[in-house]
Design a protein around this ligand. Sequence first.
Ligand code: NAD
Length: 479
Amino acid sequence: MIEHNTLFIGGGWVPPKGSGRITVTSPSTEEVIGSCPEASRADIDRAATAAREAFDDPTGWSRWSPQERADALERFALALDARAEATACAVSSQNGMPIRTAQNVEAVTPPLLLRYYGGLAASQKEERRDAMFGGTTIVQRVPIGVVAAIAPWNFPQSLSFLKIAPALAAGCTLVVKPSPETVLDSYVMAEAAAEAGIPGGVLNIVPAGREGGAYLVTHPKIDKVAFTGSTAAGRTIAENCGRLLRPVTLELGGKSAAIVLDDADIAADIESFFAATLHNNGQTCFLGTRILAPLNRYREIVDVVTSMAAKATVGDALDQQTQVGPVVSARQRDMIEGYITRGIAEGATITTGGGRPDDQQRGYFISPTVFADVDNTHIIAREEIFGPVLAVIPYSNDADAIRIANDSNYGLGGSVWSADPHRASEVARSIQTGSIGINSYMNDLASPFGGIKDSGIGREMGPEGLASYQVTKSIYAAP
Ligand code: NAD
């Protein structure tokens, strides 16, 4: 049982101004595993003020050289490296992520990002251009200001650091709002920041729910909002930021297609196919949860996908053998079960799963579920389920597969599977999406990631992820 009684604001641990608390329940055991103060409006005011003052300090973080900031980010990375296991355990025990995924992703991505963005910002040179009418223009990249970073629960560390690392490297200061489901890992992050000597006010953390998030988004001391979460919340945030003319990055939901071409052998590379469709209990935004299978091999591919899902080891998230853990909450489980009921009502056929596993006496478990005979117009093919539920949709030829893949409100991830990489690449180029994999799906932290259509606005990762925390300023020097 982990109990926190303070908040990390202004570089220190301060008692909260409100009396609300956030309680965290393990989805594997349904037991309460920890709690912390819920940041009130007064706490968010204090955090935004601390971040504002740190940003405006004429000798502070935003005025440090990029190399000085990179050095501090290296110390932050080292402090996180030392806490890798604590981070992985905190994440898995709160959101049900299989511990091996937490160890391989959540514990290592934050230090990687701090080092990558620290180095990238330090390597940027001030640009001098010959001005069109004579003289020289100096193009500076200056930090955008105070950032409100709002993260979801599914990859709480990686998705927070996709904002924190480039923002800090650029010279911004932040107020980070973790999701109420995953607050305990944010204390590990804060301890590492304090140990690394990140100056007071540069990084502030306000655990809170939806209302706290909404308050932070429109706070007058914030210059930019970086949000990852649902499309519905993103739309509301975009409306508010539009009114305020406040720059905003939105990484939202998805319903991507995993397109199996008629020459593909997915059984030979089933681990990659699993990672591209069922990673993190189906609670990953870019997953190819619509599996498009050619009509002439439809039953065979349904069988391969069914066997993959049926064989997956379901269990406690902290067990090293677990491949599919519980979903994050009872509410999420109920929502997923609602989609399964709708899928059946729409005439799709369950080939495996379809409910709670018999061998789990407690926890918010859903057996990995596969639907066959799905039409792309079915609700289970159109809406993001965010759980271990796959829909296999038949297509007649490559052009038909492309048409079905693009017939979606979303455009975030996806994958194409084929024995012929050239053919797969041609299909990949025709898919309307922000990113797509060939014979796997693996994010590249050094290349842009983000969505089109209802999947969001803006990009994280790569140099593009740094650019969204910088604004250019042109200084015209007379000839
Ligand atoms: P959510 O939208 O309910 O919440 C996300 C975060 O936003 C939480 O911290 C929440 O407290 C806060 N929030 C909610 N409403 C808000 C509002 N109106 N104003 C300000 N803050 C608000 O999403 P979730 O259920 O936590 O996460 C799952 C969703 O996130 C899925 O739709 C998933 O696809 C999406 N996601 C997208 C990406 C991506 O990179 N595109 C990555 C991971 C998850």
